[in-house]
Design a binder for this molecule. Sequence first.
Ligand code: FE2
Length: 442
Amino acid sequence: MYVQEGDLKYLSGFGSEFSSEDPRCPNSLPKGQNNPQKCPYNLYSEQLSGTAFTAPRESNRRSWLYRIRPSVLHVPFKPLTSVNSDKILANFATLPAEPNQMRWFPFEAPKPDDGLDFVSGLKTVCGAGDVITRNGVGIYVYGCNLSMENSAFYSADGDFLIVPELGTLKITTEFGKMVVSPGEICVIQQGMRFAVCVDGPTRGYALEVFGTHFVLPVLGPIGANGLANPRDFLHPTACYDDKVGEYKIVAKFQGKLFSAVQNHCPFDVVAWHGNYTPYKYNLTSFMTINTVSFDHCDPSIFTVLTAPSVKPGVAIADFVIFPPRWSVAEHTFRPPYYHRNCMSEFMGLIKGSYEAKEEGFRPGGATLHQIMTPHGPDAQCFEGASNANLSPVRVADGTMAFMFESSFNLAVLPWALETANRDLKYHECWAGLKSHFNEQEQ
Ligand code: FE2
């Protein structure tokens, strides 16, 4: 049985301590120094470190897992080859450069005969940086129709932020279970083992960051409340499975897949405590902030989570959404402005249609605007918004677009450049933009 949202405890602050005991084993968490040298219920203790041991307290992440068997109990890893394993990549340095605006129609959802699970259906679209030195980013799409049975996956390379677009993900983790539906996201951090069950054709996006973790953005003058509030992040609760039998552990390590066999279920954690957990978030909980007078806030005002780089204010990657909201700006061209950005922008659509591109950008598809590559509203949007009555209007109702924005210069994998769903005519959406310049008109 999967834990439902109402049963999940609040993640009330990044850096806070959390704990959970499977209700079948009360008092399974050791308390202070009152226990003998064995853990309650004769469990093994195992620490999962998410930061260097010596990281400052405010950023230090680790959890203690109290489990039936330690995770070291497996035979050696061997390279894993699957239908898409050659499309998983973390060495981006040798890929061809592609500066053009790119758009993809929806990535193909798996057909019944495809037999793909979350791992075999995972493909890297683009990325940058390096998993060896642990500084970079990977952007993925996944398409699957099979549940992961007797197997688990983890990435030794980074944290996965998963954005479902089609189909619900029933995710079992070492920390417990989460149901993540379109409109929700989840983050499964480096090293955490998980398995995904699905009920049919399932599709979505994922963002992986190497060498850092997602945090909430600093609010500055916004104050203590706003954007994504900590109390709306939910973590799973301990739920152990003591089954024995052959289980496959798939690791993504240095950008390549490996598998190892063990004779017990990897989800055998009876209790845990710490501040390094998977979590989920419902995007409708986002408190949107924007101008109430004139002009534009930059899209950073819509940041849900950020993975900071070592440069102050510069992210390895931000996760940004464009949620339903009121648009009230006066004397202002309201849609997104034309711009060229020193960051890379990968956008996806969970549902509906995006205001600046009513045509062509569809749920399950994507766009990529590279560093300093110009982009902005299409000609139809420009003409409409330039002449619209500026009364308060709702925008984006029934839609949810998002952006993975990265300070890295993204390289696109050959399969994604050559795929049949790439829209090679994307640039034509701006072709109708004409000069309105009139020297006599101020
Ligand atoms: Fe942009």
